[in-house]
Ligand binder design. Structure first.
Ligand code: PHB
Length: 389
């Protein structure tokens, strides 16, 4: 038995290209995301997802242990994200950059990845343009057009004709508004008006009142997940839009699993389109949710950033398994470009032409089950690409 273990160790060492007895060097993965401030949950969810992956699949591949170097942007904070990415590459000599919750942070770090030829694994940042900013970026989250255009199709099929849009005034919001409008008007829908609100600390009440006065059939909206969902829903409730008969449709960022129960009963019945729900019914997702609950006890359920962390780490593990001791940026990108994974969200693939994700987008309704709110999937669009790519 002991002999067999020793032989096994030799084999692993040989595969990883290290001398027997010497431990192979760790693979270093720098995680750049907000871990403090109002978006602290972005980074914490990603880290929870990554640690859930380690829990289920181990943290050592081809004999090399994966070491995380966690860096907090306190963001949205593009200048800090860029500086942290530079330090991770130049001083810490990371093999991969990963994380990236906010689009502006990913855009700021992209030239660092290009310059250093380091793969940059995007676990959330979801404006369409992100992957075009460096040939070393691969995205394991979503794009806003990918999840917004299906909402237009669903709304149109369900008799909604006149829509007002509200989005945050930065790249992901503008992507969301434009892709919704394009798909909705192509199907004969009518845009009543559109409003864009500032990224930092907006007061939603005046915007929501303006929407109420315009009497659309529905509001379609995107705001970054978390604190903004809470602030928007507060205004929506206080101004009585539901009572005025105005429906609310949105991307799933609004009803994300991390804040869903904080939003409470006013979100019951709201229909959203998104790529992940903690309620997704599959053995892979059940295992993921259970592992996440063990490794991130104080975070509640995994949300879409949690699954982005899990899948991003699954992708890194695939590269390490194939390249072992020779992790070269260009070879890593060739592997990432052709990757297909069986994610807790369902099947995902990276489009080799764009390095962007292709996946199922689900239509979900907020329902109460066992005294808690959940996004219950009831329809889906399969193999969805970013419609602009
Ligand atoms: C982004 O900045 O890309 C972003 C942030 C939060 C979201 C979605 C996208 O919920």
């Amino acid at each position: 038995m002991a002999l067999r273990t020793f032989a096994c160790a030799l084999l692993v060492a040989a595969m990883a290209g290290t001398a027997p007895g010497a431990r192979a060097e760790d693979v270093k993965v720098g995680i750049v995301a907000p871990f403090s401030g109002s978006a602290a949950a972005f980074g914490k969810q990603m880290e929870g997802g990554i640690r859930a992956f380690f829990k289920l699949h181990g943290d050592t591949f081809a004999g090399r242990k994966i070491q995380l170097l966690i860096r907090d942007t306190g963001g949205p904070n593009p200048e800090v994200a860029k500086r942290l990415a530079q330090e991770l590459v130049a001083r810490d000599k990371v093999d991969f950059l990963a994380g990236f919750g906010f689009t502006p942070e990913a855009l700021a770090a992209a030239p660092v990845a290009t310059e250093a030829k380091k793969p940059m694994i995007v676990m959330n940042a979801a404006s369409s343009v992100v992957t075009t900013r460096s040939p070393y970026i691969a995205r394991f989250s979503m794009t806003l057009p990918q999840v917004s255009a299906p909402m237009a199709t669903w709304a149109s099929r369900n008799g909604i004709r006149k829509v007002y849009t509200l989005v945050t005034d930065y790249a992901p919001g503008i992507d969301s508004e434009e892709s919704f409008k394009k798909a909705f008007t192509a199907l004969g829908g009518q845009m009543v008006d559109s409003v864009r609100v500032p990224l930092r600390n907006p007061d939603y009440a005046p915007y929501v009142q303006r929407i109420k006065d315009a009497k659309p059939e529905a509001v379609f909206m995107f705001v970054p997940a978390g604190q903004d969902s809470i602030a928007f829903m507060k205004a929506f409730e206080e101004r009585g839009l539901a009572q005025a008969g105005i429906k609310l449709i949105a991307t799933g960022d609004l009803t994300d699993d991390y804040v869903l129960n904080t939003l409470g009963d006013p979100v019951l019945g709201i229909v959203t389109t998104h790529h992940y729900s903690a309620a997704h019914d599959s053995p892979e997702n059940k295992a993921f949710v259970a592992a996440f609950n063990e490794v991130a006890k104080d975070l509640g359920r995994p949300n879409f950033m949690g699954v982005g962390g899990y899948d991003g780490m699954a992708a890194i593990a695939e590269v390490v398994k194939k390249l072992g001791n020779q992790i070269d940026g260009d070879k890593a990108m060739e592997i990432l470009k052709n990757l297909k994974l069986n994610s807790p969200r369902g099947p995902i693939a990276i489009d080799p032409a764009t390095r962007d994700i292709v996946q199922t987008v689900y239509v979900r309704r907020v329902e109460k089950r066992g005294g808690e709110l959940w996004n219950i999937e009831f329809d889906k669009f399969t193999d969805v690409k970013d419609p602009g790519k």
